[in-house]
Design a protein around this ligand. Structure first.
Ligand code: FES
Length: 166
């Protein structure tokens, strides 16, 4: 078993979710799949959703990514299970993206600056999965709304990529 010690700038929560990730794997015939290649580092995250009657009944992931990416997807899939989709995406666009990123970061604690680009990939994968679901349902209005949120995620990838003072 991996014995990573919490002296790498990671919280206990990051290490816990990295070493014991929840909800790993695929969902058979999911309502939506999002597949993201992190634009900063190239790590891959896939997120699968089971959505019934507007409720997220299941969420799983697979990731070829770093400890923070795995921990992010683990926390996020735990938190959105049982949630109403409409509640997760209610509000102004910026507010929605901030809330979704916050679902992860509120649990993982302070991250090293060079790892701040990791959590947004899970959020983007989620949005892509919801967009796919919306299209399958023929709800093009929702699909368009979700599509408009994706560019806002890109701001979160940029965090920590500049040196102090830039
Ligand atoms: Fe690539 Fe974390 S997502 S380093």
């Amino acid at each position: 078993m991996n014995n990573v010690k919490p002296d790498l700038g990671y919280s206990e929560a990051v290490i816990d979710h990295f070493q014991n990730p929840r909800n790993v794997g695929k969902i058979e015939h999911p309502e939506g799949i999002g597949r993201i290649i992190n634009p900063v580092c190239g790590d891959v995250t896939e997120l699968y959703l089971r959505i019934k009657g507007g409720t997220i009944e299941g969420a799983t992931f697979q990731s070829l990514g770093c400890a923070v990416t795995i921990a992010s997807a683990s926390v996020f899939t735990e938190k959105i299970k049982g949630c109403e989709l409409s509640t997760l995406i209610s509000g102004q666009d910026e507010e929605v993206v901030r809330r979704l990123v916050g679902l992860i970061e509120s649990d993982l604690g302070e991250l090293p600056a060079q790892k701040l680009h990791c959590p947004p990939a899970t959020v983007q994968a989620f949005l892509e999965a919801v967009e796919q679901h919306s299209q399958k349902e023929g709800n093009m209005e929702l699909a368009a709304r979700i599509k408009a949120l994706v560019p806002l995620v890109s701001n979160y990838y940029k965090r920590g990529t500049k040196r102090d003072g830039e």
